[in-house]
Design a protein around this ligand. Sequence first.
Ligand code: 5GP
Ligand code: ZN
Length: 112
Amino acid sequence: MSDCLFCRIVAGEIPADMVLRTDDFVAFRDISPQAPVHVLVIPVAHHANAGSLADADPLLAGHLLAAAKEVAASEGLTDYRLVFNTGAEAGQSVFHVHAHVLGGRSLTWPPG
Ligand code: 5GP
Ligand code: ZN
């Protein structure tokens, strides 16, 4: 989708600080990091959010969790938080499914 920011990052049209690139997944550092490690892991295939990915391709959805784990390990993390904001009301701002991999500081829940 040419009007999708993350499809354009996949295509190399917009630069990003890449962490992982496979046939199926791309991972790059968030432009506005919320933790010492803040990487976005996305499937190359365009799906709007985690729910529509799970409906359309549950195998790829599972593989996304494995790719996120590989990214966390490559960043030296055993403990990390995975976040999928799903829908605008939940804070999603880019409508190409992405796992936020967050770590490198204490991330207790609920925050504060
Ligand atoms: P969302 O709010 O949809 O869950 O997450 C979108 C994330 O994408 C945000 O954390 C935001 O900082 C990040 N982001 C937005 N535009 C860009 C960009 O052009 N490059 C990178 N690397 N991250 C971006
Ligand atoms: Zn896209």
